[in-house]
Design a binder for this molecule. Sequence first.
Ligand SMILES: Cc1cc2nc3c(=O)[nH]c(=O)nc-3n(C[C@H](O)[C@H](O)[C@H](O)COP(=O)(O)OP(=O)(O)OC[C@H]3O[C@@H](n4cnc5c(N)ncnc54)[C@H](O)[C@@H]3O)c2cc1C
Length: 473
Amino acid sequence: MADASPILLWFRRDLRLADHPALAAAAETGRPIVPVFIHDQAVEGHGAAARWRLGRGVAAFAAALEDKGSTLVLRRGEALQTLRGLVRETGAGAVWWTRLYDSDARKRDEAVKAGLKDDGLDARSFAGHLLFEPWTVETRTGGFYKVYTPMWKAVRGRDPGTAAAAPSRLSRPESFPESDALDDWRMAAPMNRGAAVVAPHLVVGEAAARDRLDTFIDDKIADYDEARDIPAIDGTSGLSENLALGEIGPRTCWEAGWRALDAGAAGAETFLKELVWREFAYHLVHHTPRLTTGNWREEWDAFPWNEDETRPEVLAWKQGRTGMEFVDAAMREMHVTGRMHNRGRMIVASYLTKHLMTHWRIGLRWFEEHLIDWDPASNAMGWQWSAGSGPDATPYFRVFNPETQVDKFDRDGEYRRRWIAEGQGSPPRTALDYFEAIPRCWGLGPGDGYPDPVVSAKDGRRRALDAYSDRDF
Ligand SMILES: Cc1cc2nc3c(=O)[nH]c(=O)nc-3n(C[C@H](O)[C@H](O)[C@H](O)COP(=O)(O)OP(=O)(O)OC[C@H]3O[C@@H](n4cnc5c(N)ncnc54)[C@H](O)[C@@H]3O)c2cc1C
Protein backbone atom coordinates (compact mmCIF):
# COMPACT_ATOMS: atom_id res chain seq x y z
CA MET A 1 0.00 0.00 0.00
CA ALA A 2 1.24 3.50 -0.82
CA ASP A 3 2.64 5.46 2.12
CA ALA A 4 0.02 7.98 3.25
CA SER A 5 1.99 9.31 6.23
CA PRO A 6 2.64 13.06 6.41
CA ILE A 7 5.76 14.62 4.93
CA LEU A 8 7.56 17.15 7.12
CA LEU A 9 8.72 19.90 4.80
CA TRP A 10 11.55 21.67 6.55
CA PHE A 11 11.83 25.25 5.22
CA ARG A 12 15.03 27.20 5.75
CA ARG A 13 16.23 29.79 3.23
CA ASP A 14 13.52 28.83 0.74
CA LEU A 15 10.48 30.74 2.00
CA ARG A 16 8.36 30.39 -1.13
CA LEU A 17 5.72 28.23 -2.77
CA ALA A 18 6.62 28.56 -6.46
CA ASP A 19 9.82 27.30 -8.07
CA HIS A 20 10.29 24.97 -5.12
CA PRO A 21 11.25 21.44 -6.18
CA ALA A 22 10.87 19.85 -2.73
CA LEU A 23 7.40 21.33 -2.21
CA ALA A 24 6.31 20.43 -5.76
CA ALA A 25 7.44 16.84 -5.21
CA ALA A 26 5.67 16.65 -1.85
CA ALA A 27 2.44 18.10 -3.27
CA GLU A 28 2.59 15.58 -6.12
CA THR A 29 2.40 12.65 -3.67
CA GLY A 30 -0.98 13.84 -2.35
CA ARG A 31 0.25 13.04 1.19
CA PRO A 32 -0.41 15.49 4.03
CA ILE A 33 2.32 18.13 4.30
CA VAL A 34 3.49 19.64 7.56
CA PRO A 35 5.54 22.78 6.78
CA VAL A 36 8.10 23.49 9.50
CA PHE A 37 10.53 26.29 10.20
CA ILE A 38 13.15 25.71 12.89
CA HIS A 39 14.99 28.63 14.39
CA ASP A 40 18.25 26.79 14.84
CA GLN A 41 20.54 29.28 16.52
CA ALA A 42 23.67 27.35 15.60
CA VAL A 43 23.08 28.03 11.91
CA GLU A 44 20.37 30.66 11.65
CA GLY A 45 21.92 32.89 14.33
CA HIS A 46 22.84 35.73 11.92
CA GLY A 47 23.57 39.34 12.67
CA ALA A 48 20.90 41.72 13.92
CA ALA A 49 19.52 42.90 10.56
CA ALA A 50 19.46 39.49 8.89
CA ARG A 51 17.83 37.89 11.91
CA TRP A 52 15.14 40.54 12.04
CA ARG A 53 14.58 40.26 8.28
CA LEU A 54 14.34 36.49 8.63
CA GLY A 55 11.59 36.95 11.23
CA ARG A 56 9.67 39.20 8.84
CA GLY A 57 10.13 36.67 6.04
CA VAL A 58 8.89 33.80 8.21
CA ALA A 59 5.78 35.79 9.16
CA ALA A 60 4.99 36.53 5.50
CA PHE A 61 5.55 32.91 4.53
CA ALA A 62 3.28 31.69 7.33
CA ALA A 63 0.53 33.96 5.99
CA ALA A 64 1.07 32.68 2.42
CA LEU A 65 0.73 29.10 3.68
CA GLU A 66 -2.50 29.98 5.52
CA ASP A 67 -3.87 31.19 2.17
CA LYS A 68 -3.19 27.72 0.80
CA GLY A 69 -5.05 26.12 3.69
CA SER A 70 -1.87 25.08 5.48
CA THR A 71 0.02 26.12 8.62
CA LEU A 72 3.70 26.82 9.21
CA VAL A 73 4.83 25.09 12.40
CA LEU A 74 7.51 27.08 14.20
CA ARG A 75 9.98 25.48 16.54
CA ARG A 76 13.23 26.56 18.11
CA GLY A 77 16.14 24.27 18.95
CA GLU A 78 18.75 21.93 17.61
CA ALA A 79 17.52 20.74 14.22
CA LEU A 80 17.79 16.95 14.50
CA GLN A 81 16.20 16.74 17.94
CA THR A 82 13.44 19.12 16.92
CA LEU A 83 12.65 17.18 13.75
CA ARG A 84 12.64 13.89 15.67
CA GLY A 85 10.15 15.41 18.09
CA LEU A 86 7.93 16.53 15.22
CA VAL A 87 8.12 13.08 13.60
CA ARG A 88 6.85 11.55 16.85
CA GLU A 89 4.06 14.10 17.15
CA THR A 90 2.83 13.83 13.55
CA GLY A 91 3.61 10.24 12.55
CA ALA A 92 5.52 11.61 9.54
CA GLY A 93 7.37 9.06 7.45
CA ALA A 94 9.46 11.59 5.52
CA VAL A 95 11.42 14.77 6.10
CA TRP A 96 12.31 16.75 2.96
CA TRP A 97 14.18 20.01 2.49
CA THR A 98 16.09 22.23 0.02
CA ARG A 99 19.87 21.90 0.02
CA LEU A 100 22.16 24.69 1.28
CA TYR A 101 25.86 24.91 0.54
CA ASP A 102 27.70 26.90 3.21
CA SER A 103 29.67 24.81 5.62
CA ASP A 104 27.64 25.41 8.82
CA ALA A 105 24.41 24.49 7.09
CA ARG A 106 25.98 21.50 5.37
CA LYS A 107 27.39 20.08 8.58
CA ARG A 108 24.01 20.39 10.25
CA ASP A 109 22.15 18.91 7.29
CA GLU A 110 24.50 15.95 6.94
CA ALA A 111 24.01 15.10 10.62
CA VAL A 112 20.23 15.51 10.26
CA LYS A 113 20.08 13.26 7.21
CA ALA A 114 22.19 10.55 8.81
CA GLY A 115 20.20 10.67 12.06
CA LEU A 116 16.79 10.53 10.38
CA LYS A 117 17.89 7.72 8.07
CA ASP A 118 19.04 5.76 11.12
CA ASP A 119 15.51 6.21 12.43
CA GLY A 120 14.22 4.55 9.23
CA LEU A 121 12.77 7.76 7.78
CA ASP A 122 12.75 8.98 4.21
CA ALA A 123 15.17 11.91 4.70
CA ARG A 124 15.66 13.65 1.38
CA SER A 125 17.12 16.90 0.12
CA PHE A 126 16.34 18.71 -3.13
CA ALA A 127 17.90 21.38 -5.33
CA GLY A 128 16.33 24.84 -5.47
CA HIS A 129 18.64 27.40 -3.86
CA LEU A 130 20.81 27.63 -6.98
CA LEU A 131 20.44 27.37 -10.73
CA PHE A 132 23.23 24.84 -10.99
CA GLU A 133 24.44 22.78 -8.07
CA PRO A 134 28.17 23.05 -7.34
CA TRP A 135 29.05 19.50 -8.36
CA THR A 136 27.27 19.80 -11.72
CA VAL A 137 29.56 22.47 -13.17
CA GLU A 138 33.12 21.39 -13.86
CA THR A 139 36.07 22.69 -15.79
CA ARG A 140 37.43 20.59 -18.66
CA THR A 141 39.99 19.07 -16.30
CA GLY A 142 37.36 18.11 -13.78
CA GLY A 143 37.77 20.78 -11.07
CA PHE A 144 35.51 23.65 -10.08
CA TYR A 145 35.78 27.13 -11.56
CA LYS A 146 38.05 29.53 -9.70
CA VAL A 147 37.61 32.25 -12.29
CA TYR A 148 34.21 33.72 -13.01
CA THR A 149 34.22 34.34 -16.78
CA PRO A 150 34.86 30.74 -17.88
CA MET A 151 32.15 29.62 -15.47
CA TRP A 152 29.71 32.09 -17.00
CA LYS A 153 30.57 30.76 -20.45
CA ALA A 154 30.08 27.19 -19.25
CA VAL A 155 26.62 27.77 -17.81
CA ARG A 156 25.23 30.51 -20.06
CA GLY A 157 23.52 28.08 -22.42
CA ARG A 158 22.53 25.51 -19.82
CA ASP A 159 18.96 24.76 -18.92
CA PRO A 160 18.45 24.79 -15.16
CA GLY A 161 14.98 23.23 -15.60
CA THR A 162 11.61 24.92 -15.46
CA ALA A 163 10.37 26.70 -12.36
CA ALA A 164 7.27 24.88 -11.08
CA ALA A 165 4.13 26.88 -10.25
CA ALA A 166 3.00 27.07 -6.64
CA PRO A 167 0.75 24.13 -5.71
CA SER A 168 -2.88 25.25 -5.70
CA ARG A 169 -3.57 23.66 -2.28
CA LEU A 170 -1.54 21.74 0.23
CA SER A 171 -2.98 18.60 1.75
CA ARG A 172 -3.38 18.99 5.54
CA PRO A 173 -2.66 16.43 8.24
CA GLU A 174 -5.53 15.55 10.59
CA SER A 175 -4.10 18.08 13.00
CA PHE A 176 -1.06 20.30 13.04
CA PRO A 177 1.39 20.03 15.92
CA GLU A 178 1.69 23.01 18.24
CA SER A 179 3.72 25.94 17.00
CA ASP A 180 5.82 28.50 18.84
CA ALA A 181 4.59 32.08 18.61
CA LEU A 182 6.95 34.00 16.33
CA ASP A 183 6.84 37.03 18.64
CA ASP A 184 8.36 34.92 21.42
CA TRP A 185 11.51 34.54 19.32
CA ARG A 186 12.09 38.30 19.60
CA MET A 187 13.79 38.43 16.21
CA ALA A 188 13.75 42.24 16.16
CA ALA A 189 15.32 42.75 19.58
CA PRO A 190 18.97 43.17 18.50
CA MET A 191 17.94 45.83 15.97
CA ASN A 192 16.98 48.23 18.76
CA ARG A 193 15.72 51.50 17.35
CA GLY A 194 17.19 50.78 13.91
CA ALA A 195 14.21 48.55 13.05
CA ALA A 196 11.79 51.48 12.79
CA VAL A 197 14.10 53.29 10.38
CA VAL A 198 14.93 50.32 8.16
CA ALA A 199 11.38 48.84 8.09
CA PRO A 200 10.01 51.07 5.28
CA HIS A 201 12.84 49.91 3.03
CA LEU A 202 11.98 46.20 3.28
CA VAL A 203 10.24 44.30 0.51
CA VAL A 204 9.07 41.13 2.24
CA GLY A 205 7.60 37.87 1.00
CA GLU A 206 7.13 35.92 -2.19
CA ALA A 207 4.37 38.04 -3.75
CA ALA A 208 6.34 41.25 -3.16
CA ALA A 209 9.51 39.67 -4.54
CA ARG A 210 7.63 38.59 -7.67
CA ASP A 211 6.31 42.16 -8.13
CA ARG A 212 9.82 43.45 -7.67
CA LEU A 213 11.12 41.15 -10.40
CA ASP A 214 8.28 42.15 -12.75
CA THR A 215 8.89 45.87 -12.15
CA PHE A 216 12.58 45.40 -12.78
CA ILE A 217 11.95 43.57 -16.05
CA ASP A 218 9.32 46.06 -17.22
CA ASP A 219 10.98 49.31 -16.18
CA LYS A 220 14.67 48.88 -15.47
CA ILE A 221 16.35 46.00 -17.24
CA ALA A 222 16.75 47.83 -20.55
CA ASP A 223 19.03 50.43 -18.89
CA TYR A 224 20.53 48.05 -16.33
CA ASP A 225 23.95 47.92 -18.00
CA GLU A 226 24.70 51.54 -17.21
CA ALA A 227 22.29 52.40 -14.40
CA ARG A 228 23.46 49.51 -12.22
CA ASP A 229 26.75 51.24 -11.51
CA ILE A 230 25.36 54.60 -10.39
CA PRO A 231 24.41 54.46 -6.70
CA ALA A 232 22.06 57.45 -6.88
CA ILE A 233 19.91 55.61 -9.44
CA ASP A 234 17.49 52.89 -8.41
CA GLY A 235 18.61 50.86 -11.41
CA THR A 236 19.06 47.33 -10.06
CA SER A 237 16.58 44.63 -9.16
CA GLY A 238 16.92 44.79 -5.37
CA LEU A 239 16.29 41.04 -5.37
CA SER A 240 19.27 40.09 -3.19
CA GLU A 241 17.07 40.64 -0.12
CA ASN A 242 14.58 38.07 -1.42
CA LEU A 243 17.07 35.64 -2.94
CA ALA A 244 18.91 35.46 0.38
CA LEU A 245 15.82 33.97 2.05
CA GLY A 246 14.56 32.19 -1.02
CA GLU A 247 11.43 34.33 -1.28
CA ILE A 248 12.01 34.04 -4.99
CA GLY A 249 13.73 31.19 -6.77
CA PRO A 250 16.81 31.76 -8.91
CA ARG A 251 15.18 29.91 -11.81
CA THR A 252 12.26 32.33 -11.78
CA CYS A 253 14.78 35.20 -12.11
CA TRP A 254 16.76 33.34 -14.77
CA GLU A 255 13.66 32.63 -16.86
CA ALA A 256 12.54 36.27 -16.62
CA GLY A 257 16.04 37.42 -17.62
CA TRP A 258 16.06 35.12 -20.64
CA ARG A 259 12.60 36.25 -21.75
CA ALA A 260 13.82 39.86 -21.57
CA LEU A 261 16.96 38.97 -23.53
CA ASP A 262 14.92 37.22 -26.19
CA ALA A 263 12.70 40.31 -26.40
CA GLY A 264 15.81 42.42 -27.06
CA ALA A 265 16.29 44.13 -23.65
CA ALA A 266 19.82 45.50 -23.71
CA GLY A 267 20.71 44.93 -20.04
CA ALA A 268 19.29 41.43 -19.77
CA GLU A 269 22.53 39.58 -20.41
CA THR A 270 24.26 41.56 -17.64
CA PHE A 271 21.44 40.65 -15.25
CA LEU A 272 21.90 36.96 -16.09
CA LYS A 273 25.62 37.37 -15.50
CA GLU A 274 24.98 38.84 -12.06
CA LEU A 275 22.83 35.86 -11.15
CA VAL A 276 25.79 33.69 -12.08
CA TRP A 277 28.06 35.70 -9.74
CA ARG A 278 25.78 34.46 -6.97
CA GLU A 279 26.21 30.90 -8.26
CA PHE A 280 29.98 31.38 -8.47
CA ALA A 281 30.05 32.46 -4.80
CA TYR A 282 28.14 29.35 -3.75
CA HIS A 283 30.28 27.04 -5.83
CA LEU A 284 33.38 28.50 -4.22
CA VAL A 285 31.96 28.18 -0.73
CA HIS A 286 30.91 24.60 -1.40
CA HIS A 287 34.30 23.53 -2.72
CA THR A 288 36.41 25.69 -0.40
CA PRO A 289 34.43 26.30 2.81
CA ARG A 290 37.29 28.37 4.24
CA LEU A 291 36.10 31.24 1.99
CA THR A 292 33.85 32.44 4.82
CA THR A 293 36.46 32.37 7.58
CA GLY A 294 40.02 32.65 6.25
CA ASN A 295 42.02 33.87 3.30
CA TRP A 296 41.10 31.87 0.22
CA ARG A 297 44.66 32.37 -1.00
CA GLU A 298 46.38 31.09 2.09
CA GLU A 299 49.60 33.01 1.41
CA TRP A 300 47.65 36.10 2.48
CA ASP A 301 47.76 34.81 6.07
CA ALA A 302 51.19 36.47 6.19
CA PHE A 303 49.86 39.89 5.20
CA PRO A 304 50.01 42.48 8.04
CA TRP A 305 46.31 43.33 8.17
CA ASN A 306 45.30 44.85 11.44
CA GLU A 307 42.62 42.94 13.36
CA ASP A 308 42.25 45.44 16.21
CA GLU A 309 38.66 46.51 15.97
CA THR A 310 39.00 49.19 18.65
CA ARG A 311 41.11 51.54 16.51
CA PRO A 312 39.41 54.93 16.00
CA GLU A 313 39.63 54.68 12.22
CA VAL A 314 37.75 51.38 12.27
CA LEU A 315 35.04 52.97 14.41
CA ALA A 316 34.94 55.88 11.97
CA TRP A 317 34.46 53.42 9.11
CA LYS A 318 31.63 51.65 10.92
CA GLN A 319 29.95 54.93 11.72
CA GLY A 320 30.32 56.39 8.25
CA ARG A 321 32.57 59.17 9.55
CA THR A 322 35.87 58.57 7.79
CA GLY A 323 35.81 61.98 6.13
CA MET A 324 35.71 60.24 2.72
CA GLU A 325 32.30 61.19 1.45
CA PHE A 326 31.69 58.25 -0.87
CA VAL A 327 32.67 55.78 1.86
CA ASP A 328 30.56 57.53 4.47
CA ALA A 329 27.51 57.85 2.22
CA ALA A 330 27.58 54.13 1.51
CA MET A 331 28.01 53.14 5.17
CA ARG A 332 25.11 55.39 6.12
CA GLU A 333 22.95 53.97 3.35
CA MET A 334 23.43 50.59 5.06
CA HIS A 335 22.48 51.95 8.49
CA VAL A 336 19.26 53.42 7.11
CA THR A 337 18.12 50.85 4.53
CA GLY A 338 19.88 47.62 5.52
CA ARG A 339 21.33 47.54 2.01
CA MET A 340 24.24 49.12 0.22
CA HIS A 341 24.68 49.68 -3.49
CA ASN A 342 27.18 47.27 -5.04
CA ARG A 343 29.47 50.14 -6.03
CA GLY A 344 29.40 51.31 -2.41
CA ARG A 345 30.19 47.81 -1.15
CA MET A 346 33.26 47.65 -3.36
CA ILE A 347 34.45 51.10 -2.32
CA VAL A 348 34.00 50.69 1.44
CA ALA A 349 35.56 47.22 1.35
CA SER A 350 38.56 48.46 -0.59
CA TYR A 351 38.90 51.42 1.75
CA LEU A 352 38.80 49.27 4.92
CA THR A 353 41.20 46.62 3.69
CA LYS A 354 43.61 48.88 1.81
CA HIS A 355 43.50 52.49 3.01
CA LEU A 356 42.92 51.38 6.60
CA MET A 357 44.93 48.13 6.30
CA THR A 358 42.24 46.34 8.27
CA HIS A 359 41.43 42.66 7.96
CA TRP A 360 38.46 41.94 5.70
CA ARG A 361 36.94 39.72 8.41
CA ILE A 362 36.10 42.84 10.43
CA GLY A 363 34.18 44.25 7.49
CA LEU A 364 32.55 40.91 6.73
CA ARG A 365 31.21 40.72 10.29
CA TRP A 366 29.98 44.32 10.22
CA PHE A 367 28.07 43.62 7.00
CA GLU A 368 26.68 40.42 8.51
CA GLU A 369 25.33 42.48 11.39
CA HIS A 370 23.78 45.22 9.23
CA LEU A 371 22.67 43.79 5.88
CA ILE A 372 19.10 42.64 5.35
CA ASP A 373 20.34 40.80 2.23
CA TRP A 374 23.16 39.10 4.10
CA ASP A 375 24.25 36.00 2.25
CA PRO A 376 27.08 33.81 3.58
CA ALA A 377 28.59 33.11 0.17
CA SER A 378 28.20 36.47 -1.63
CA ASN A 379 29.34 38.42 1.42
CA ALA A 380 32.48 36.34 1.86
CA MET A 381 33.30 36.37 -1.84
CA GLY A 382 32.68 40.13 -2.04
CA TRP A 383 35.04 40.83 0.85
CA GLN A 384 37.79 38.56 -0.38
CA TRP A 385 37.40 39.88 -3.91
CA SER A 386 37.81 43.42 -2.63
CA ALA A 387 40.68 42.58 -0.30
CA GLY A 388 42.63 40.72 -2.98
CA SER A 389 42.80 37.45 -1.03
CA GLY A 390 40.07 35.62 -2.91
CA PRO A 391 39.83 33.76 -6.20
CA ASP A 392 39.44 35.91 -9.28
CA ALA A 393 39.90 38.90 -6.97
CA THR A 394 40.76 42.46 -7.83
CA PRO A 395 44.57 42.60 -7.59
CA TYR A 396 45.72 44.16 -4.30
CA PHE A 397 47.54 46.93 -6.12
CA ARG A 398 44.21 48.08 -7.60
CA VAL A 399 43.25 50.41 -4.78
CA PHE A 400 39.90 52.12 -5.39
CA ASN A 401 40.40 55.83 -4.86
CA PRO A 402 37.21 57.04 -3.13
CA GLU A 403 37.76 60.54 -4.54
CA THR A 404 38.11 59.57 -8.17
CA GLN A 405 35.26 57.05 -7.80
CA VAL A 406 33.11 60.07 -7.01
CA ASP A 407 33.95 61.62 -10.38
CA LYS A 408 32.94 58.46 -12.16
CA PHE A 409 29.91 57.34 -10.20
CA ASP A 410 28.49 60.33 -8.29
CA ARG A 411 29.61 63.32 -10.25
CA ASP A 412 26.71 65.59 -9.31
CA GLY A 413 26.86 64.56 -5.63
CA GLU A 414 23.28 63.29 -5.45
CA TYR A 415 24.19 60.08 -3.64
CA ARG A 416 26.37 61.87 -1.10
CA ARG A 417 23.71 64.51 -0.43
CA ARG A 418 21.13 61.80 0.07
CA TRP A 419 23.09 60.26 2.93
CA ILE A 420 25.33 62.92 4.51
CA ALA A 421 23.49 65.61 6.45
CA GLU A 422 26.43 67.54 7.82
CA GLY A 423 27.04 70.75 5.92
CA GLN A 424 23.62 70.83 4.23
CA GLY A 425 21.20 73.64 5.12
CA SER A 426 18.14 71.40 4.86
CA PRO A 427 19.28 67.82 4.61
CA PRO A 428 16.88 65.27 3.12
CA ARG A 429 14.97 62.81 5.33
CA THR A 430 17.29 59.98 4.27
CA ALA A 431 20.36 61.77 5.64
CA LEU A 432 18.57 62.62 8.89
CA ASP A 433 17.30 59.07 9.30
CA TYR A 434 20.88 57.95 9.77
CA PHE A 435 20.91 59.69 13.16
CA GLU A 436 17.72 57.86 14.12
CA ALA A 437 19.11 54.48 13.12
CA ILE A 438 22.52 54.50 14.82
CA PRO A 439 23.08 53.67 18.50
CA ARG A 440 22.37 56.64 20.76
CA CYS A 441 25.62 55.94 22.63
CA TRP A 442 27.58 57.15 19.58
CA GLY A 443 26.34 60.61 20.55
CA LEU A 444 26.15 61.88 16.96
CA GLY A 445 23.77 64.50 15.56
CA PRO A 446 23.26 66.35 12.27
CA GLY A 447 24.61 69.54 13.82
CA ASP A 448 28.07 67.99 14.28
CA GLY A 449 30.77 69.06 11.87
CA TYR A 450 31.73 66.69 9.08
CA PRO A 451 35.02 64.98 10.05
CA ASP A 452 38.39 65.48 8.38
CA PRO A 453 39.66 62.37 6.59
CA VAL A 454 41.05 59.77 9.02
CA VAL A 455 43.63 59.14 6.33
CA SER A 456 44.02 61.01 3.06
CA ALA A 457 43.28 59.08 -0.14
CA LYS A 458 46.92 59.49 -1.14
CA ASP A 459 48.49 58.42 2.17
CA GLY A 460 46.14 55.47 2.53
CA ARG A 461 46.98 54.26 -0.93
CA ARG A 462 50.72 54.62 -0.35
CA ARG A 463 50.52 52.77 2.97
CA ALA A 464 48.66 49.88 1.34
CA LEU A 465 51.03 49.66 -1.61
CA ASP A 466 54.09 49.78 0.67
CA ALA A 467 52.75 46.86 2.69
CA TYR A 468 51.98 45.03 -0.53
CA SER A 469 55.48 45.50 -1.95
CA ASP A 470 57.08 44.47 1.38
CA ARG A 471 55.26 41.15 1.46
CA ASP A 472 57.36 38.05 0.89
CA PHE A 473 54.82 35.89 -0.95
C1 LIG B 1 32.03 43.50 0.05
C2 LIG B 1 30.78 42.95 -0.59
C3 LIG B 1 29.83 42.30 0.19
C4 LIG B 1 28.66 41.79 -0.40
N1 LIG B 1 27.74 41.15 0.41
C5 LIG B 1 26.62 40.61 -0.15
C6 LIG B 1 25.66 39.93 0.66
O1 LIG B 1 25.81 39.78 1.88
N2 LIG B 1 24.53 39.46 0.06
C7 LIG B 1 24.33 39.58 -1.31
O2 LIG B 1 23.30 39.12 -1.80
N3 LIG B 1 25.24 40.18 -2.09
C8 LIG B 1 26.36 40.71 -1.56
N4 LIG B 1 27.28 41.37 -2.36
C9 LIG B 1 27.06 41.39 -3.83
C10 LIG B 1 26.25 42.57 -4.38
O3 LIG B 1 26.71 43.77 -3.88
C11 LIG B 1 24.75 42.44 -4.12
O4 LIG B 1 24.30 41.15 -4.49
C12 LIG B 1 23.94 43.47 -4.90
O5 LIG B 1 24.35 44.77 -4.55
C13 LIG B 1 22.48 43.27 -4.64
O6 LIG B 1 21.68 44.26 -5.25
P1 LIG B 1 20.59 43.83 -6.29
O7 LIG B 1 19.78 42.70 -5.78
O8 LIG B 1 19.86 45.07 -6.67
O9 LIG B 1 21.49 43.29 -7.47
P2 LIG B 1 21.27 43.23 -9.05
O10 LIG B 1 22.28 44.11 -9.67
O11 LIG B 1 19.86 43.43 -9.43
O12 LIG B 1 21.73 41.73 -9.39
C14 LIG B 1 20.81 40.62 -9.41
C15 LIG B 1 21.26 39.57 -8.44
O13 LIG B 1 22.52 39.04 -8.84
C16 LIG B 1 23.28 38.69 -7.69
N5 LIG B 1 24.50 39.50 -7.65
C17 LIG B 1 24.70 40.74 -8.16
N6 LIG B 1 25.98 41.14 -7.94
C18 LIG B 1 26.58 40.15 -7.26
C19 LIG B 1 27.88 39.97 -6.74
N7 LIG B 1 28.85 40.87 -6.89
N8 LIG B 1 28.16 38.82 -6.07
C20 LIG B 1 27.22 37.86 -5.91
N9 LIG B 1 25.95 37.97 -6.39
C21 LIG B 1 25.65 39.09 -7.05
C22 LIG B 1 22.43 39.01 -6.48
O14 LIG B 1 21.76 37.84 -6.07
C23 LIG B 1 21.47 40.06 -7.02
O15 LIG B 1 20.26 40.13 -6.30
C24 LIG B 1 28.45 41.90 -1.80
C25 LIG B 1 29.42 42.57 -2.57
C26 LIG B 1 30.56 43.09 -1.98
C27 LIG B 1 31.59 43.80 -2.83
